[in-house]
Write a protein of this length. Structure first.
Length: 401
């Protein structure tokens, strides 16, 4: 038998079917310029402001106290109880830390475990388009079939008839990111109730990525899908410490799901990552116990950053929905005379020294857009520098591509 060299070993269809990350690719290309100070990075969601001292000190205390070995695979029990207490106090959700909460290595693992625990080859998973770029690969890794429902400009709303047509007897799950990245929409109760009615009709699980739950602006309130009547047993709620507590690198997330689903999903979590970092889970208890004033400040601070960047983007000629949530702006560059988003992003990087994310990565392959995503979780000086550099784009309004 002829032996194959390493170059002759075929890769799995699973890995060949998924694209590389547009966000991470853009960061790799620009890392050198960012390090040298030449480029202003408004691409990946990397906040520039420091993590609160209370949380850092709690992590250091846990490490110094030798809380550095494996904890319970499903999550340190007091952490799971702290998560349950937070959901009860904020949303009135009664969940069991012992049986319905699994602590994961970030929300990315939470979503992967959720999809893999539900989806068999040929099952369909509904995703909004544009979508956070992980969701399509999450489905493809499970050999599921993505079905897309459009969120339409300018207000990024969906058509109820299109949504209803997307559901059928093969629909195993719908992934809902609320507040929504990249569009920044915060779905209304009426929208969630409509989706819930379809989930209940078809027995479909709502996998909800709610990591931006505390970044909701202009008096809006986040409504967890699990609190919609009838959805208690049809919802996987995924969130984590990263965004609201400004610890994206800690990679501590969780899934809240009905007991029978949690029991099955925990097997996947065990073999995928075993456990999230023990000292960072322990430090997270201080974050989860934060008073309402902390969350009010998170909202107010991000609203101020949002308004600052939005003013600069308007002056530069971009059109967009004023972000309702998250720490991004999804901007339409159609008036600026570029062939597409890739051409604009390259021009901004090469000529203006500002990095953003081209919108094509939030759509199905081969779709061309004029959308660009900017992150506003930055120091005021960073946002003002970017705004000054982007201002010459306004002179291109109306020019042919």
């Amino acid at each position: 038998m002829q032996k194959k060299g390493a170059e002759g070993v075929r890769l799995s269809q699973r890995v060949l079917s998924i694209p590389s990350s547009n966000i991470r690719d853009s960061m790799k290309k620009t890392a050198a310029g960012t390090a040298s100070g030449d480029l202003v990075n408004l691409a990946q969601g990397l906040p520039e402001f420091p993590t609160p001292d209370l949380f850092k000190l709690a992590a250091m205390k846990a490490i110094a106290g030798d809380r550095n070995q494996y904890c319970d695979t499903w999550g340190h029990p007091p952490v799971r109880e702290a998560i349950a207490a937070k959901y009860l106090s904020h949303y009135g959700m009664k969940v069991s830390g012992a049986d319905e909460i699994t602590v994961t290595c970030g929300v990315s693992e939470a979503l992967n475990c959720s999809v893999l625990s539900l989806v068999d080859p040929g099952d369909e998973v509904i995703t909004f388009e544009p979508f956070y770029e992980n969701y399509r690969p999450n489905t493809l890794i499970a050999h599921g079939i993505p079905r897309f429902v459009q969120l339409r400009k300018p207000n990024w709303t969906f058509d109820e008839k299109e949504m209803a047509r997307a559901f059928n007897n093969k629909t195993k799950a719908i992934i809902i990111n609320n507040p929504n990245n990249p569009t920044t929409r915060v779905f209304t109760r009426e929208e969630l109730e409509y989706i819930a009615s379809l989930c209940q009709k078809w027995g479909t699980i709502a996998i909800c990525d709610e990591i931006y739950e505390h970044m909701v602006y202009d008096g809006r309130r986040h409504i967890p899908m699990a609190t919609i009547p009838g959805m208690e047993d049809l919802t996987f709620t995924c969130s984590g410490l990263g965004k609201a507590y400004n610890v994206t690198g800690w990679r501590v997330g969780w899934v809240i799901a009905p007991k029978r689903y949690t029991k099955a999903m925990r097997k996947l979590h065990d073999y995928m990552t075993l456990a999230a970092p023990t000292p960072l889970q322990i430090a997270g208890m201080d974050a989860l116990a934060s008073e309402q004033a902390f969350y009010d400040k998170v909202t107010a601070d991000h609203e101020a950053m949002r308004d600052r960047l939005c003013a600069h983007l308007r002056n530069a000629g971009f059109d967009f929905l004023t972000p309702e949530g998250t720490y991004f702006v999804m901007a339409d560059a159609s008036r600026l005379g570029f062939k597409n988003d890739r051409a604009l992003v390259k021009y901004m990087m090469d000529e203006l020294k500002v990095i953003a994310v081209a919108g094509f990565g939030f759509y199905r392959p081969r779709r061309h857009t004029n959308m660009v995503r900017f992150c506003f979780a930055k120091r005021p000086s960073t946002l003002d520098t970017a705004g000054g550099r982007l201002l010459p784009l306004a002179a291109r309004i109306g020019q042919p591509a």
